[in-house]
Design a protein. Structure first.
Length: 187
C-alpha cells in the first residue's frame, strides 16, 4: 500500500511503543536527549511553564535541522524531572517521517490520513481511533495525533508518548505547549 505525504523528503525514524522514536528513548535525561539528537541538528533547551502543580519541572528540547534556514524545530522532546523523556513531537514539515506498521504518520493531510487509517484498519482487522479533536490515527495509547496548519492544509503532527509523573493517561500527560503549534490552537 503506497502512501503520499505531500511533503519533501525526510529522514525515516522507527517507532516502538513504550520504548521510543528514532534515536530518542523514553526515560532519557535532558543531556541524553541532546546527545542523541545531535545526528539531526542543533538543539535548544528551555524550561516549560509549570501549568499543573502535580507535574515535576519539565524541559523542552527543540531540535533544528542542520543546513535549514531558521525554521520551526523538526522535533520537540519533553523531559520531566521525575520520568525523563515522555513526549516526542514530530513537526509536520521539518520532522522525520515516522510510520506505524507501515502507515506514515507525519505531515499527512489529516483527511487523507483518516482514509488511510480506515483502510489500514479494515485490511489488518484492527482498530483505529479518533482524538477528541476528530483526528484519526492508530489505536495505540502511545500515539496522539495533533494538527498543524501548513499553508491552507491541516497536517498531522503526531506526539509519541508515555504517561508522565502524576498523570493517568497520555491525554493527561500532553505538554500544554502542544495545544498550540505555530502560535495557533491545534484543537
Amino acid at each position: 500500500m503506497a502512501f503520499k505525504t505531500g511533503v519533501a523528503e525526510r529522514d525515516e525514524w522507527s517507532y516502538s511503543p513504550t520504548v521510543g522514536v528514532g534515536p530518542l528513548r523514553f526515560g532519557m535525561t535532558v543531556d541524553e536527549v541532546v546527545e542523541a539528537a545531535e545526528m539531526l541538528g542543533q538543539t535548544k533547551v528551555s524550561d516549560c511553564a509549570r501549568d499543573h502543580a502535580i507535574f515535576t519541572p519539565t524541559w523542552k528540547v527543540e531540535v533544528h535541522r542542520r543546513g535549514v534556514a531558521p525554521s520551526p524545530p523538526a522535533v520537540t522532546a519533553y523531559v520531566s524531572q521525575a520520568v525523563g523523556l515522555f513526549c516526542i513531537a514530530a513537526d509536520a514539515v521539518h520532522g522525520p517521517q515516522v510510520a506505524y506498521d507501515g502507515l506514515p504518520l507525519v505531515g499527512r493531510d489529516l483527511s487523507e490520513l483518516e482514509s488511510d487509517a480506515i483502510a489500514y484498519a479494515e485490511a489488518m482487522d484492527v482498530h483505529f481511533r479518533y482524538t477528541p479533536e476528530g483526528y484519526a490515527g492508530p489505536d495505540d495509547s502511545g500515539v496522539v495525533m495533533r494538527g498543524q496548519l501548513v499553508g491552507q492544509v491541516l497536517r498531522s503532527r503526531p506526539l509519541f508518548m508515555v504517561t508522565r509523573d502524576g498523570a493517568n493517561t497520555e491525554w493527561d500527560s500532553m505538554p500544554s505547549a502542544e495545544y498550540r503549534v505555530n502560535g495557533r490552537s491545534t484543537a
